[in-house]
Design a binder for this molecule. Structure first.
Ligand SMILES: [Zn+2]
Ligand SMILES: [Zn+2]
Length: 207
């Protein structure tokens, strides 16, 4: 075999070489900076940490499926497509565990450093291309967290918990009820039942 020119170091991906490489960081060298070029991304990456609000979220390490299109535009890289992730939490009404799949659409411009978009935007309202890389993680995390419901429910019709015994109402028979057992209330209930409308015995006499 004739001697071939030394292959460019970045010509072939070597997944085994850098096991600690952050999979959320996309190498943009293949896409290039010529406006109009495109690249499809279809990959499943574990969530680096739990993305959650009080009752529900994507657990740390859960698979996040990204199906994205990178498009080179004048100002930077336009990222658009869909995210799919496992959602785990508990019902705000009855506390039953909830497991669901979250599907979201995203569209985000990552501006080049020094672009007009960067120059005319507040620092915290524009995402930037960092050299030859683009970090998807903060964008995906923000999109996921902002979409999470503050009061997730196991079912739209969930009736919650019985205030007297704490059991899940949807699991109880329809005629579920409680005897009034507190002696103070029992006495009161008895009095009202036996003498409806009569005034109480604490009426003070004039004199
Ligand atoms: Zn519920
Ligand atoms: Zn009950």
């Amino acid at each position: 075999m004739p001697a071939a020119p030394a292959p460019r170091r970045d010509a072939t991906p070597s997944p085994g070489r850098r096991p600690s490489a952050n999979p959320w960081r996309l190498d943009l060298r293949e896409l290039g900076r010529r406006a109009g070029t495109m690249q499809e991304i279809d990959r499943t990456i574990p969530a680096p940490e739990a993305w959650k609000v009080e009752l529900i979220g994507v657990p740390a390490g859960a698979d996040v499926h990204l199906r994205l299109r990178l498009e080179s535009v004048m100002e930077g890289v336009l990222v658009s497509g869909g995210i799919e992730a496992l959602l785990v939490g508990s019902c705000a009404r009855c506390l039953e565990p909830i497991e669901d799949t979250l599907t979201l659409d995203v569209q985000e411009l990552y501006a080049y450093e020094g672009s007009t978009t960067e120059a005319t935007s507040e620092e915290d309202e524009v995402r930037l291309v960092e050299g030859d890389f683009l970090d998807l993680e903060p964008m995906v995390r923000d999109t996921v967290v902002l979409s999470l419901p503050l009061s997730p429910v196991c079912d739209e019709d969930c009736s919650g918990l019985c205030v007297d015994c704490g059991q899940r109402i949807d699991d109880l028979p329809a005629d579920h009820a409680h005897e009034i057992t507190d002696p103070r209330w029992a006495g009161l209930a008895e009095r009202f039942a036996s003498s409806p409308g009569t005034p109480g015995d604490d009426t003070t006499k004039e004199n």
